[in-house]
Design a binder for this molecule. Structure first.
Ligand SMILES: [Fe+2]
Length: 335
C-alpha cells in the first residue's frame, strides 16, 4: 500500500512538473483552427498557446528569440514560408513514423523539417453568364491580351501569388515568367488590392470576369454571415487551369518544429494530431481544404467543383524560386 502511494506521489509530482503546454506560432487565419486547438487540448491535456502573425514576422521573431524562443511549432499557409524557415535554420528534423507514414513524400521536406498538412489549389473563378469560361484553359494563357481588363488578382506581396509565379518559373524559366507577369498585369481589371475574397466579390459585381483565388475561400463564402460574400459566390464558378506541361497549381499549409522547441514532444504530438483523420476531416469539411492523408474524404462542396490533377513540380520548388518570383513581380510592375 505504502509502495503504491509512493508511486502515485511520484507520478503526480512528475505530472505537475512536466511541461503540459505547446506554443504554436501560426500564420493560419481560419476559424477551424480554434476548434482544432480545443479538440487537441481536450484529448491530451496539453494546453495550446497561439501566436498569430505573418510567416515572415514569425520567422523573424523566432530568429531574434534565438535559443530562448518559446516557439514549439511553426505553422504556415504556404510551402515557401516553411522552406524559408528551414533555410534560416530555425527548424529541426522531426522523427515521427506517424508523419512519414501518412504524409505523401511530395508534400513534405526531404529532411523532415516540415510536413504539409492540407493542400489548396490556386485557380480561376469566373463570372457566370458572361461566356468567359469558353476562353479559359491554362495558367500561361492568362497573360494573353484577349483577357485585357478582365483579371482580378491580389498584390504581389502575397505568398500565394509568389508561389504561383515560382511555379511559372519552374515550368518556363525566368525570362518567360517576366513576360507572363507583365501580360497578367496588362490584363488586370484594377490595380491589386484586397484579399482573395475581395477579387471574387469584384468579379461577381461586374469588375472583371476572372478572379484568381485559392479554392477554399469559395467554400468559406457560401452561407457566409457576411451577405455580400454569400451573394457574390452564387454568381461565380471555379475553373481549374493547368500548366501547359503540368497540372493545377497546388500549395500546402504545413508545420515544422522550431529548432529550440522547449516542448518538442508536445509539438510533435500536436503536428501528428493535425495529420490524424479527425483533424484532416475538419480541415476538409469546415475549411474546404484538400486533406493530405489518404482515405479522408473531401467535402461535398469541394467535390462539386470537380477534379483536377496536381501540378508535377516539387512543392520545394515554390520556396526555391521565391526570391526570383519577388524580383520578377517587381520588374513586371505587379503592385
Ligand atoms: Fe488563406
Amino acid at each position: 500500500m505504502i509502495k503504491k502511494l509512493g508511486l502515485a506521489a511520484i507520478v503526480l509530482a512528475s505530472s505537475l512538473f512536466a511541461s503540459s503546454e505547446v506554443n504554436i506560432y501560426s500564420t493560419r487565419h481560419y476559424d477551424t483552427d480554434k476548434k482544432l486547438f480545443k479538440m487537441f487540448e481536450e484529448k491530451t491535456g496539453i494546453k495550446v498557446n497561439v501566436v498569430k502573425a505573418s510567416a515572415s514576422a514569425l520567422i523573424k521573431r523566432i530568429e531574434s528569440e534565438g535559443s530562448k524562443s518559446p516557439a514549439d511549432v511553426l505553422i504556415t499557409v504556404d510551402a515557401a514560408g516553411l522552406y524559408k524557415a528551414k533555410s534560416k535554420g530555425i527548424l529541426q528534423a522531426i522523427e515521427s513514423d506517424t508523419l512519414t507514414n501518412v504524409i505523401p513524400e511530395k508534400l513534405r521536406d526531404k529532411d523532415n523539417n516540415w510536413f504539409g498538412l492540407t493542400k489548396r489549389s490556386r485557380v480561376t473563378v469566373y463570372k457566370l453568364g458572361t461566356g468567359i469560361e469558353k476562353e479559359l484553359s491554362t495558367y500561361e494563357d492568362l497573360a494573353d491580351p484577349k483577357f485585357k481588363g478582365q483579371i482580378m488578382v491580389r498584390s504581389s506581396n502575397n505568398a500565394y501569388n509568389q508561389s504561383l509565379l515560382a511555379a511559372v518559373i519552374a515550368h518556363h524559366g525566368e525570362e518567360y515568367a517576366l513576360k507572363w507577369a507583365k501580360g497578367v498585369v496588362a490584363n488586370m481589371a484594377k490595380k491589386p488590392k484586397g484579399n482573395d475574397r475581395y477579387q471574387v466579390k469584384a468579379v461577381a459585381n461586374g469588375i472583371g470576369k476572372i478572379a484568381i483565388a485559392n479554392t477554399y475561400y469559395i467554400g468559406k463564402m457560401i452561407d457566409n454571415k457576411d451577405v455580400s460574400q454569400a451573394e457574390a459566390v452564387k454568381k461565380v464558378k471555379i475553373f481549374f487551369p493547368k500548366f501547359e506541361n503540368g497540372g493545377t497549381h497546388i500549395n500546402v499549409s504545413g508545420a515544422g518544429i522550431a529548432k529550440y522547441s522547449p516542448n518538442k514532444e508536445n509539438g510533435i504530438k500536436f503536428i501528428e494530431y493535425l495529420a490524424s483523420s479527425e483533424a484532416q476531416n475538419l480541415f476538409a469539411s469546415r475549411n474546404f481544404e484538400y486533406p493530405v492523408v489518404a482515405g479522408v474524404p473531401i467535402s461535398d462542396v469541394v467535390s462539386a467543383w470537380g477534379t483536377f490533377e496536381d501540378d508535377n513540380i516539387s512543392i520545394n520548388t515554390l520556396g526555391e524560386n521565391n526570391a526570383k518570383a519577388v524580383k520578377i513581380f517587381d520588374l513586371a510592375g505587379w503592385k
